[in-house]
Design a protein around this ligand. Structure first.
Ligand code: ZN
Length: 135
């Protein structure tokens, strides 16, 4: 699925939700109002959900800021695109902390640690190992 196709599918799905006679109550997703979902995009394209997710990732890399929170759509303002960037930044921080914790856990398990595995960053490991490391 190209980025052009993805954007067209998003627009088609959004238009479908705006059609006259459309009853939003029929499309409630987990208690939220109806909205464009990754599943709906995947269904329209006839692909697996992960393919739709990959298309969103590719679109972002190509400079099309696809927002996924609260319904799939293309950011229309600098503020929306910036908020998406902030959200991705926070997720990256979270992923880094998770990675560091996993590497720290690996050090406590039996067996050799893969030599090329990066050392956990001190910022996260210090609080976790406090009391275990001589000061
Ligand atoms: Zn709907």
């Amino acid at each position: 699925m190209t980025t052009e196709e993805l954007v067209r599918l998003i627009e088609a799905e959004a238009a479908w939700h705006r059609m006259p006679g459309h009853d939003p109550r029929e499309h409630t997703v987990w208690g939220s109002p109806c909205r464009v979902t990754i599943e709906a995009i995947a269904d329209r394209a006839g692909v697996a959900r992960r393919h739709a997710e990959e298309a969103i990732q590719t679109a972002r890399l190509e400079g099309v800021p696809i927002i996924t929170a609260g319904g799939i759509r293309v950011a229309q303002t600098a503020a929306e695109a910036t908020a998406l960037g902030d959200w991705l930044d926070a997720r990256m921080d979270s992923q880094r902390r998770t990675r560091d914790a996993v590497y720290a856990a690996a050090l406590k398990l039996p067996g050799p640690v893969r030599p090329e595995a990066p050392a956990p960053s001190q910022a996260h490991v210090e609080p976790m190992t406090l009391g275990l490391v001589a000061a």
